[in-house]
Each structure stands twice: as C-alpha cells, then as structure tokens.
Design a protein around this ligand. Structure first.
Ligand SMILES: Nc1ncnc2c1ncn2[C@@H]1O[C@H](COP(=O)(O)OP(=O)(O)OP(=O)(O)O)[C@@H](O)[C@H]1O
Ligand SMILES: [Mg+2]
Length: 669
C-alpha cells in the first residue's frame, strides 16, 4: 500500500481537528487536544518556513487562546482544571485517607532510581538524533534551544512517575502530534545535567524546586499553572517562558496571547526566569500548594466576603453564621447535592462539615442520608440560622425568674451534658414553651441556653419561617428538623412561636395551615423519639393563641413574669455598675419601688434614659469640649426625670391574662 503524502496526512489531520473543535458533542479533553495539535502544527509550519511569521503568529494566538479557554475554564463540565481536580481527588482517596499524605517521590529522588537512570542513559545515546528533527524551536533562527525538562506530565518520563501523572489525563486523553514529539528518553533527562545559566530557563521554570515532591510538582505556583496536562506539558516544554507582562511564567492565556517569536524572545525569557525564581518560596510543592482555578476563585471569594459577613453577623451576642462563611466550604461547600454517605460520619451520623482548616482542596464533604430528599437551598438557609454562641449570656445576666432558670437548667443543660444519667423516666421533656409579657427576658433565656447548653442552637423566628420563604414554609420546617437531627444535640429556639402555631381557623391561609401541620408532625417526631436529642424551645407573649395540639407537645410551659423587686434591683445594679453613678442605697430602693410593674426591657429603658440625664444638663458648648470622665455621674435626679419619660409597657389587665393562662396551663409556680 502506498504511503500517503505528507500533504494528505496534513489534510486528514486538519479535517480531524477541525471536526473536533467544531463538533458540539466532542468532549472537552478531545477539543483541547485538537487545539493543542493546531498550536503545534502552526509552530512547525513556522519553523519549517511553510508559514510566514505574521500569519503563524495570528494562527498561533487564535488556537492557543481557544486551548487555554478550555484548559483554564472554571466550568465543571468542560474545564480540564476541574477534570484534573476530580482525578486528583480520586488519587487522594488512595492515600490512606490522610490529608497530609505526600508522595515519597520527588523530582530528584526519581532520578536516583535505577530504572530511570538506565532509561536516561539510553536517552543520552538517542538524544542527538531525536532533538535535531523534533524540536521546532531549534529551527527558529536566533532562539535558544529549549532542552526538554524531566517531564512529569508529558507521560514520557519514568515508569514510576507515570501512575501519578497519567491519571490526570484520564482515559479519553490521548496526547496528539506523535510524529514530531520528543520521545520518552528525552523527557527523562535529569535536571542536574542542565546548566540553566548557559542555556535557558525552560527547565528551571517549570521544575524550579527539585526537592519538591513529584506529585505536588505538577504545578509550580504562579498564576494559573498547568496541572499535569499532557498536552500542556508537551506544549510548555516547547514554550519555555512567560510573555512580557504576564503574571507568571504559567499565565497561559498571556503566554498564548503573544506570538511565538515574542514569547520566545530573550528579554521575555529572563523576565520569566526572574518571576519564576521570585515565586519559588511562595509556595512549596505538594498538593497543598496546588490550586485549580476553582480553588483560586474560592480563595478570592473568601477574601472578599468573609470579613463583611462576620462583621454583619455580630449583633446581640448571638452570631448568626452561615456555613458558607464560618464553616467555610466556599464554592466547594456550596451545598453539594446529596450523595450516598460513605462509611464514617460522626457519632450521630451527622453531616461532616469541615472547618476552614480543611482547606479548599478537600473534596466536598459527604452529605447525610437524611438530607437527601431536601433541597440544598433549604439546607443552606437553615444552616445560616445556626447561632454561634458569640459573647456568652450567663444565667446571672438574667435577673429574677429563678424557678424558670432552675427548670431550664434541669431539663436543658444537664441532660445535654450528661445524657447517660437523664434516661428513661428521667428523660428530659423535648418541648418547652416560655411565655409571659413582652420584654421579660424570654429571648434572653434562649440566648443563654445557646451559650450554656453546648448544643447546636438554631434560632428561628416563626415570622421568618412563615414570611421569608413564602410558599416554602413547610419545606423549611422539614429541613429545619432534618438538619437539627444531623447536628445533635440540638436546640431549636422559635421566637414568636404563636405566629407559627396559632389556633387553626376556618379562614386561614392554606400555606400557613400546611406549615403548622408540618411543624406539629416534626415536633411530634422530635418530642417522642427516644434517640433524637432535639429540644424545641418556643417563646411567646401570646400563649393563649397557641393551638392546643402544639400546646400539648410543648410539655414544659414556663411563665416568665415581670421582674420582682429583687430582679429589678439586680438589673439597675448591673447596668449602673458599668457607668459613673452616684446612686445611694436608699435611692436605689426608691427606684426599685417606683418601677413596680416594669418589665426587664422597661427597666433597661429607664436606666438608658437616666444615663442621658447628665449629658442633657450640659450646655451644648460644653458638650463639644468635655472629656468622657468629665461627664457628671448619674444621680437619683436623673432617674426621677427618667420615670416621667418611661412607663410600664404591660398593662395590669394584660398581666391578669398571663397569670390566668399560667394557672390553667403553666408548669411552674
Ligand atoms: N430578666 C431580665 N434580666 C435582665 N435583663 C432583662 C430581663 N428581661 C428583659 N431584660 C432586658 O430586656 C431586653 C429584652 O428582653 P427579651 O428580648 O428577652 O424580652 P422577651 O421576653 O423576649 O420579649 P418579647 O416577648 O417582646 O419578645 C433584654 O435584652 C434585656 O436587656
Ligand atoms: Mg422575645
């Protein structure tokens, strides 16, 4: 059979590549390979004077950009970075589950291996004949010969290195342009044999740190370095440097943006070398230093959003945190679609959310089976309702309500701390209702439980469940309990629970009826399951509006009354202790007497008003110049004036309603 002419070969290859790059169904790897082949072809054509430099430069730029776009794409389906990343993830699974694992092989240790040395010797012998014909850059006048680096990625290196490098290519990745490609022995040339100062930067740029573990050395950090991409590995072996002005020697698009002649010019070469050297210590080799474009994006997102998110979240002691922030999972952590949970998991079978230290390179955490049927968006929203403890609220910060505090300690804190003792009949109730007039410290108690119980604390206002996610309320309720089940022990604190569990009425909206039903079902499950350690704490100042079915499930109904004299005294003392105050004991008693019927919130307001008294007594001119310690102390006179501005917010008739309800349904004194 007659051998096809070189032009015919070119044509058929061209057609093949053209088909690959224009096909809508061709996989990304194949497309990238086709573009890379075109890039090489342009190089060769230019080197053998088949193409004018101007034309070559134009074509080179066109195909190189397209190649770069595929290799660097952040798209999970088409980006080869992602492709390599998933392969690396697979490789890491083999590493005895240790995040610290690094290959024992380094570039230098590989060259100590006998098999590699034998291959190198063979390569030395073949070298002359192969190099002359194969290296296109050698044919371009005025350019330094770029010796081939001891490649990790081109697949032509040692047998030992192959398993590490080849998986990144995947089965569909067949390095092209074989006819002119330097063969294995060349690729295995040891770096020690190369004098970089005399030849060029090619070797030192991609393989600068020879002590770096081989596996980790797929990328020498500086911008968007190639990750063991075979096509790129080969290509870069022939493109030794970064273009002028690029961020680094491996800034692929910048590199391709320059024509071949520019890219290979001597000044650019030295700049690239300087940059490479400068970047060396910044990141040691190894997987830890390896960042995909996606990971880089994650890091940038963290830098951009993290401080703001934290600052915005710190109000009232409790810090709402979203998993995307404090338990950062970044774009990896953007809740991943549920996948079957592999072996392991925490003691409760909970979701294994890893803290920041896990790093962005970690694979997405496995998701609990119990969350599989839920919408990721919902879970993400619920997670953002988890309250961090923030500045702790202690039991002493809550004045009065001794009975309620003792009861809560007994049924919330101790069983959480000693679940082994509180079993059977001693098992704690799973539903608590805190009811009482407004401003008596119900929410404060919730925050205290969050600080003191050591449980995962979900603080959800019922109105947010009903209004924020219109039409999706019942799904939210389901997600809330499912997530809490995965995060046990957990406390779900629902403020204004009356708006969620108000009595069912005929004219009520369908969606709120569904939410209520779902909530009761979930509450029933949580309150009756002997395995779950979920406590639901509801707070309301309208207990009479709560549906009777819900009331029954919130077995411990604790009245949080207006503060008695001792509690009012404690509130004033505590608040005044932080200010300059000259209130005598008998004056304090007068304040306590006169504030009969005030709620805790009213007492706080009274003290704030009194604290403004000394300022108000100052002339405006003085206010501009006075120092903080020159402000007069708060005196009884200021309280007297404050009493005329602050009135009790709870009326006696309202109070009677609460007391009646407490007598009827309350569980306390
Ligand atoms: N027992 C208390 N001890 C100390 N401070 C209190 C007490 N009760 C209320 N306060 C003060 O009043 C503020 C409001 O209290 P909180 O929000 O807990 O009231 P609430 O019972 O939840 O009211 P509402 O029923 O209107 O939601 C608290 O931040 C605190 O400063
Ligand atoms: Mg409240």
């Amino acid at each position: 059979m007659q051998a096809p002419s070189s032009r015919a070969v070119h044509l058929s290859e061209w057609q093949k590549n053209y088909f690959a790059v224009t096909s809508g169904t061709c996989p990304a790897a194949q497309k990238a390979e086709a573009y890379r082949a075109q890039v090489l072809r342009v190089q060769y054509a230019c080197a053998s004077s088949e193409l004018s430099p101007v034309c070559a430069s134009r074509l080179f730029r066109k195909y190189a950009e397209k190649y770069s776009a595929i290799v660097d794409s952040d798209n999970a389906e088409t980006g080869l970075n992602n492709y390599a990343e998933s392969v690396l993830t697979l490789a890491r699974c083999q590493q005895a589950d240790s995040g610290q694992w690094q290959s024992g092989l380094s570039v230098s240790s590989v060259f100590q291996m006998r098999s590699v040395q034998a291959m190198m010797r063979a390569g030395e012998e073949l070298r002359g004949s192969l190099l002359g014909a194969a290296d296109p850059s050698a044919a371009i006048p005025g350019l330094a010969v770029a010796p081939k680096p001891p490649t990790v990625s081109a697949g032509g290196g040692s047998g030992e290195s192959a398993p590490l490098a080849t998986p990144a290519h995947g089965p569909g990745w067949a390095p092209g342009v074989p006819e002119s490609r330097p063969s294995g022995p060349l690729s295995a040339q040891p770096p020690v044999a190369i004098n970089t100062s005399k030849t060029c930067a090619t070797v030192s740029a991609p393989f600068g740190d020879l002590a770096t573990p081989l596996f980790g050395n797929v990328r020498k950090e500086n911008g968007s370095a190639p990750k063991a991409s075979p096509g790129l590995g080969l290509f870069l072996a022939q493109q030794p440097l970064a273009p002028p002005g690029s961020d680094g020697p491996w800034d692929r698009s910048a590199l391709y943006g320059a024509g071949p002649a520019e890219a290979l010019s001597a000044p650019a070469l030295s700049r690239a070398l300087r940059k490479t050297e400068g970047s060396g210590p910044r990141e040691e080799g190894g997987l830890r230093g390896f960042k995909t474009a996606k990971e880089q994006l994650w890091v940038e997102q963290q830098k951009k959003h993290h401080p703001a998110a934290r600052a915005a979240a710190s109000s009232c002691g409790g810090v709402k945190k979203s998993l995307g922030a404090s338990r950062s999972r970044g774009i990896f952590g953007k809740f991943v679609p549920p996948v079957p949970k592999p072996e392991g998991g925490d003691a409760n079978g909970g979701v294994q959310y890893k803290p920041d230290s896990a790093g962005p390179a970690e694979p997405a955490p496995p998701v609990d089976e119990r969350l599989k049927s839920l919408e990721p968006k919902m879970i993400e929203l619920i997670m953002s309702e988890i309250m961090d403890h923030g500045p702790p609220v202690t039991w002493d910060d809550i004045a009065g309500v001794e009975f309620a505090k003792a009861t809560i300690k007994e049924i919330v804190v101790w069983p959480m701390l000693r679940p082994d003792i509180f079993t059977g009949l001693r098992g704690p109730p799973r539903g608590i209702l805190l009811f009482g007039p407004p401003g008596t410290g119900k929410t404060l108690i919730g925050k205290c439980i969050a600080s003191q119980s050591g449980a995962t604390f979900f603080s959800i206002s019922a109105s947010s469940l009903t209004s924020k996610w219109v039409g999706e309320g019942e799904k939210m309720v389901r997600a809330l309990f499912a997530v809490a089940r995965c995060q046990q022990p957990a406390v779900i604190f629902i403020d204004e629970i009356d708006s969620l569990l108000s009595q069912r009425a005929d004219g009520e909206h369908e969606s709120s009826r569904r939410i209520k039903t779902e909530f009761l079902v979930q509450l029933d499950g949580a309150t009756t399951s002997s395995e779950d350690r979920i406590l639901v704490v509801g707070a309301t100042n309208r207990p009479q509006e709560i549906d009777e079915a819900a009331r029954r499930r919130l077995v411990k109904r604790l009245y949080i009354p207006l503060p008695e004299a001792a509690a009012r005294r404690q509130i004033v003392r505590r608040l005044m202790s932080r200010e300059q105050c000259c209130l005598r004991q008998e004056e304090l008693e007068l304040v306590v007497q006169r504030s009969e019927g005030f709620s805790g919130a009213d007492m706080t307001q009274l003290c704030r008003e009194a604290a403004l008294g000394p300022i108000r007594s100052l002339q405006a001119a003085d206010l501009a110049t006075i120092t903080a310690d020159q402000v007069p102390p708060i005196a009884y006179g200021d309280f007297e004036k404050a009493f005329s501005a602050v009135r009790p917010s709870v009326s006696p008739s309202d109070l009677e309603l609460y007391e009646n309800w407490n007598r009827a349904f309350g569980c306390g004194k």
